[in-house]
Design a protein around this ligand. Structure first.
Ligand SMILES: [Zn+2]
Ligand SMILES: [Zn+2]
Length: 437
């Protein structure tokens, strides 16, 4: 498919914005939760998981079984290990010394911890001598899955971080989650000389093609757009094929909060969605939160920081991805929701927050008006205007008649238990509702 892309510079003099419906090619199913109609989700039984994790299969510093076991023991329902441009489907041996070099020297090495953990399973760990070096074989996903998976309780989802580079050498990383079989989706190489935007579009198209070919639902989410300041909200807006991105990534090096002149990830979401809805007629981007964990022995790129909670009927990869594509999930760094309700008739969004000790909660209802003023990015009538802030365990807000979309960010008074930046509080983000169909 080759959709036509308006090339109008984003946000420049956009006064006449209400041309969304007339004649704009709209390539996808309805964008918002459950096709835009009302919904009333009891989220208490939803599945919690992380879709972005690294292991020794690429640049993480622990064995896949150790990582998967950690997530299971922390109460996650599913985990996707998403190594860079590789699937755990081949025979891979690693030098034990090289593994030790990847971690900070605290206590036992990754290998020693691995040996201790699997001491009761003789023969599980395979080593060999290769010219005087001791090597260990990394387990394939088909080998470690059965150790952890339990129907309805815990699931391992296969994923890849498709790790591309623009011609300028900027990272364009997209996770493909729920990959079937052993076929990788190839990345775009720097030598191909593509812009970040074209590289992004190319990868999303490859994921779409892979999904069609295999008949398996795959979620592609763009990762950490601010990592090395690689991708802008405007570029993300113009890629119609993009459906999801990381509104939070737990890696401390991804410029999550932006800087003095560049927007953070949450604001990127509002800018991109405003352009998509107001100018391009594209569906809004879904927001995921992830760990992007690499270090498991005390380093600062550790697990347990960001996740999604998904309203799937079954705990299978296909069902989880279908639910996420329908927007039936929220992103979290520690705030849990008991209910999310959208009444399309009255255009009212309600969130019911799960109590957490003596923490208090503030819910910001955020959106952009149709006649927004792009020169006033933070203020009234700007992009991502905070329409209302409501304290308490239940927060309800009626979408203004002239709003393009509405979403809610819930922030706790409680600190994050494993922060990726100073003073980080526990948060949750609902998906965007557009309020018309
Ligand atoms: Zn990445
Ligand atoms: Zn990553």
């Amino acid at each position: 498919m080759a959709p036509s892309f308006p090339t109008k510079p984003a946000l420049a003099g956009v006064a006449a914005l209400i041309l969304v419906t007339a004649g704009v090619w709209f390539p996808f199913a309805a964008p918002s939760q459950d096709a835009g109609g009302s919904f009333d989700h009891d989220t208490t039984g939803w599945f919690r998981g992380n879709t972005h994790t690294h292991s020794l299969w690429s640049d993480g510093n622990d064995f896949p079984e150790m990582i998967v076991g950690w997530y299971r023991d922390q109460g996650y329902d599913f985990i996707a290990l998403s190594d860079h441009n590789i699937l755990a489907t081949t025979e891979k041996w690693m030098d034990v010394e090289a593994i030790a070099k990847r971690q900070r020297a605290i206590g036992r090495t990754a290998m020693q911890k691995y040996q201790a953990q699997y001491a009761s399973k003789p023969g599980w760990i395979e080593t060999r001598d290769n010219g005087g070096k001791t090597e260990v074989r990394l387990k394939r996903i088909d080998e470690y899955r059965p150790l952890f998976e339990k129907e309805g309780e815990f699931l391992v989802v296969q994923a890849e971080e498709i790790t591309s580079s623009s011609g300028e050498g900027k990272p364009v990383h997209i996770n493909a989650v729920n990959l079937p079989g052993d076929e990788l989706i190839p990345a775009v190489k720097k030598e191909e000389g593509l812009s970040g935007e074209v590289a992004m579009r190319t990868i999303f198209q490859r994921v779409d093609a892979h999904e069609k070919k295999t008949g398996t639902p795959i979620l592609a989410h763009l990762n950490h757009p601010n990592f090395q300041w690689a991708l802008t909200a405007e570029e993300m807006a113009r890629v119609a094929e993009g459906r999801a991105f990381e509104v939070y990534n737990g890696h401390p090096g991804v410029n999550h909060l932006g800087d003095a002149t560049r927007p953070g990830d949450e604001r990127i979401w509002d800018i991109a969605n405003t352009i998509r809805l107001a100018e391009l007629g594209y569906p809004p981007l879904l927001g995921v939160a992830t760990d992007d964990s690499h270090t498991y022995h005390g380093g600062d790129v550790s697990p347990g920081r960001g996740w999604v909670v998904v309203g799937s009927e079954k705990l299978t990869g296909d069902a989880l991805i279908e639910a996420m594509k329908a927007g039936r999930f929220y992103a979290s760094t520690g705030v849990y929701l008991d209910r999310i309700t959208w009444d399309a008739a009255s255009r009212t969004l309600t969130v019911k927050i799960r109590p957490d000790g003596d923490a208090t909660f503030r819910t910001a209802f955020i959106g952009t008006r149709q006649d927004y003023d792009a020169t006033q990015p933070a203020g009234k009538n700007g992009i991502g205007e905070v329409f209302a802030e409501i304290e308490g365990l239940t927060a309800r807000f009626t979408m203004p008649a002239d709003a393009l979309y509405l979403r809610a960010t819930i922030t706790a008074s409680a600190r994050h238990t494993n922060p990726s930046y100073p003073e980080q509080k526990k948060q949750a983000w609902t998906q965007v509702v557009v309020g018309k169909e």
